[in-house]
Design a protein. Structure first.
Length: 164
């Protein structure tokens, strides 16, 4: 079953995901983005995580309606706390503030390795995230902007470039 079209904000995030990536969607909420990534053939496998049980129940319903339980794993996690570097090749954080994103990234120093790809769409305080990326040797490879429900959203793909 196909789900309704993604809103422009989430489609923009999906555009930044490298094809063939194994993705971890941190703070998935409803799992619309993971379902889209698998249905469009962008990703063979996605881990959809959230801190709370309620959003994970909503995500489970979305995934079941799309019959993608084999390709999308659900995981309850506070940010990256229940993850390891080998779990994904692309890490997505969308729909949370830049301050929270920076705090979650700071708690996962293992993300600072050459193979790390981060896709982020901060809802507020993007400078907090940008400062963290710069201070931790990530470069912004691509940045996109869109309008969605009369609001401007920005998303970026950042790569770890190592110690400077």
């Amino acid at each position: 079953m196909r789900l309704p079209q993604l809103r422009p904000r989430l489609r923009m995030v999906a555009e930044l995901v490298p094809p063939g990536s194994t993705v971890a969607d941190i703070g998935t909420d409803h799992a619309w983005l993971p379902v889209y990534l698998v249905q469009q053939g962008i990703c063979p496998r996605v881990i959809a995580s959230d801190i709370a049980e309620g959003p994970l129940q909503n995500a489970a319903k979305t995934i079941a309606r799309a019959s993608l339980q084999e390709q999308i794993e659900l995981r309850q996690s506070d940010g990256f706390s229940r993850f390891a570097a080998a779990d994904a090749t692309c890490w997505i954080m969308a729909g949370m503030g830049g301050t929270l994103m920076a705090r979650l990234l700071s708690a996962a120093p293992w993300l600072c390795m050459p193979s790390t790809v981060l896709v982020a769409q901060p809802q507020s305080r993007p400078n907090e995230l940008l400062d963290w990326l710069r201070e931790n040797n990530f470069c912004i490879e691509q940045e996109l902007v869109c309008r969605d429900h009369n609001r401007t959203y920005t998303a970026l793909r950042a790569l770890y470039i190592g110690e400077s």
